[in-house]
Design a protein around this ligand. Sequence first.
Ligand SMILES: Nc1nc2c(c(=O)[nH]1)N[C@H]1C(S)=C(S)[C@@H](COP(=O)(O)OP(=O)(O)OC[C@H]3O[C@@H](n4cnc5c(=O)[nH]c(N)nc54)[C@H](O)[C@@H]3O)O[C@H]1N2
Ligand SMILES: Nc1nc2c(c(=O)[nH]1)N[C@H]1C(S)=C(S)[C@@H](COP(=O)(O)OP(=O)(O)OC[C@H]3O[C@@H](n4cnc5c(=O)[nH]c(N)nc54)[C@H](O)[C@@H]3O)O[C@H]1N2
Ligand code: SF4
Ligand SMILES: [Mo]
Length: 747
Amino acid sequence: MTTSRRKFIKISALGVGGLATASAAYNMFGTTSFLNTFSAPNNSKALKRTATYCEVCFWKCAAWAYSDGEGHIQKIIGNDDDPHCNGRLCPRGTGGVGMYNDEDRLKTPLIRTTINGEQTFREASWDEALNVVASKLKTIKDNHGAESIALLKHGCPGWHFEHLFRAFGSDTTAEPAFAQCRGPRETAFALTFGSWVGSPEPTDIRDTKCLVLIGSHIGENMHNSQVQEMSDAIDNGATIITVDPRFSTAASKSQHWLAIKPATDIALLLSWMHVLIEEELYDKAYVEKYVYGFDELKAHVREFTPEWAYGITTIKPEEIRKTARAMAHAAPAVIVHPGRHVVWYGDDTQRERAIAILNGLLGSWGRRGGFYLKDSIAIPDFPHPEYPKPKWDWRDIGENYPLAQMGLTNEIIKASIPSENAKYPVKAWMVAGTNLIKSIPDTIQLQKALEALEFLVVVDTMPMDITGYADVILPECTYLERTDIVRSATNREPSIAVRFAAVPPKYQTKPGAWIAKEIGMRLGLEAYYQYDDFDEVVNWQLKEMGTSREEMEKIGVKKYPRQSGSLYLNEDEVHHFGTASGKIEFYSHELKDLGFDPMPKYTPHPEPPQGFYRLNYGRSPMHTFSRTSNNPNLTDLKKENDLWVNPKVARIIGLKTGQRVWLKNQDDIISTFSIKVRVTERVRWDSVYMVHGFGNDNKKLTRSYGKGIDDTQMISRVFTDPIMGGTGMRGNYVSIVTENPHKNEAI
Ligand SMILES: Nc1nc2c(c(=O)[nH]1)N[C@H]1C(S)=C(S)[C@@H](COP(=O)(O)OP(=O)(O)OC[C@H]3O[C@@H](n4cnc5c(=O)[nH]c(N)nc54)[C@H](O)[C@@H]3O)O[C@H]1N2
Ligand SMILES: Nc1nc2c(c(=O)[nH]1)N[C@H]1C(S)=C(S)[C@@H](COP(=O)(O)OP(=O)(O)OC[C@H]3O[C@@H](n4cnc5c(=O)[nH]c(N)nc54)[C@H](O)[C@@H]3O)O[C@H]1N2
Ligand code: SF4
Ligand SMILES: [Mo]
């Protein structure tokens, strides 16, 4: 990268933040586990309580922030009335105060500059930084059109910048939550049931009798109310079936752990369908009433016996039959969970289709203990002129993937590389609330795009990896320091939650709403910003929704009656699904017409060569991706990731628990940092496992710099889903390097 125009800037540490003390004791499914992991210091003064919702992950639990009036947040606790959390935050949410207290935070706007031939950042005033951003955006618009400027975003800041971009004339937007996360399941469930799964997932876990988790590691994946409901379901005697090559926390709570060979899930799903149909265990009345294409499916799965699947998945035929019967026994109170991070092997939409079809056979969609029919309430738009129509947008950039339902980050990245001769070339990015270096696979392609961009502005709270590539860095204040958009999400009953500023912004940081508006005003977009302050927008919206700021300050969360009818399918009526046929589509003409298999098929995937192991990754209950890796509270609970290695592999290579190793992948990429080995039977011998989000490479992150390995660095190869453009990331292999490969390099 030394010859690059945009050199990654590493600034050495500037002071060390204080470590907060915290209790590491916590029990995943214990009843009091989430409460006050970090107890508030004794303080006799009356505390001010402010309504907020958490931004540590995207479950967005509503909470109360308690502050002492002197700029100290003493504690954050869950809002009892919130269906996302039921009054209890997960350890990360409780530790959210660490985001506010982290002394490594971005403090002022920064502008890239060259001093004595060295690229570095210099501090700038807001006025100067905003003027640079506005004038760059304007010049690029004049030269190439507003469409050539892309917005890559995630979380709440994204909303404010999306409004800015739409007003400016660009709808070239994407977020990693689609092509790197949920995309395949949304496309597959839309094809099958005519409805997205969405977030929170409409899984009726609290009333289920059987929960099937296919690589969905709830318990490590800490999506709050989902974990709580799973805990209740276990207490109520529900059968848990976990399909995971690794002995996950969920597997440890399961009656059936199916330690599947990685990349073979579609074979298992097809053989489950085979058993349900051959043994006539499927929900005949439901299928008769609601399904399109049952006969085609029956013929399709006839040959996919458990004996056939055994040869592929390594799961014994009796176990396949037993689990299929357990599901049928519980039906319709059964959930074959769609999962969430489902971009695995490139045929992910088809695997998700198989999951959707299996739920259809069991009659679980729209049934108690299966999937409830979700509802939500729309937040009214603050009045503004219509957005101009861009000449092209994210849909055009993703045109090779006909069923992409949102922008594809990876296609925008590709379109930013001049040698790709893209039909819709992208010249500049704004990145808001996403750390692309850690969230986007195909690291080589991403580097090429970063080098070619004419301009990159990053809005973040922390000096994360992506900020090192920026021309201008704009420091946003944390969620605890800002009034933000009103939360509305799908659930059993509609609800809204508010986020008001609990404390004023520290340092020179500003809310995303303010930053977006200031750029907008400099671009002549006053008509889209007919208010002084974003609080005005929120107050107006609350009034429109029959409540008020005063009421919401007191309650934080407000529930509304359902508008869409009953929570479950009404047995006396015929429900129309949002598919082309109005039925649950086991056979998809839409897929067939686009040249794809109308019903899912199993196709073998490549296997790791000799000496290599499949790289598997997942979540830690104490962290969210890379965003918490420097959090003073949460690093105290878990400082770095480790590498799970099967004892058989450890014996062959001669590894011991605690030993530091490096990784080298199939493309000869060597990890920058090392990782500690954890020898455990909980992982299969053909793969190794680590938690995502570690291995930060910016010295400004004083607690997390160099801690552990970044899984994304090892994911240089992707298998793209031809249906919706998701980037399958689990086809990368690593070998284990025991000698420091960097020892002769100058650091
Ligand atoms: N290798 C690998 N890649 C993955 C995954 C994986 O497991 N492994 N998971 C995938 C999945 S499921 C997802 S959803 C994506 C997630 O991808 P990202 O959303 O990119 O995840 P984070 O690493 O949390 O990056 C969030 C960024 O937002 C910043 N941030 C936090 N709060 C605020 C705020 O209030 N304002 C602003 N402006 N910035 C803020 C953080 O400092 C951080 O830089 O990654 C995907 N990519
Ligand atoms: N604590 C915490 N919770 C989170 C997050 C976080 O960062 N931290 N992020 C949230 C987000 S955005 C998402 S998308 C979700 C992601 O969470 P999930 O959707 O639950 O999980 P994944 O990351 O897809 O899957 C990880 C599991 O898949 C298993 N696996 C790997 N390969 C295979 C295979 O071939 N077959 C099968 N059956 N299993 C396999 C792994 O061993 C691991 O247990 O978590 C959410 N919850
Ligand atoms: S699940 Fe945890 S981190 Fe996510 S929003 Fe809720 S409390 Fe915050
Ligand atoms: Mo995700």
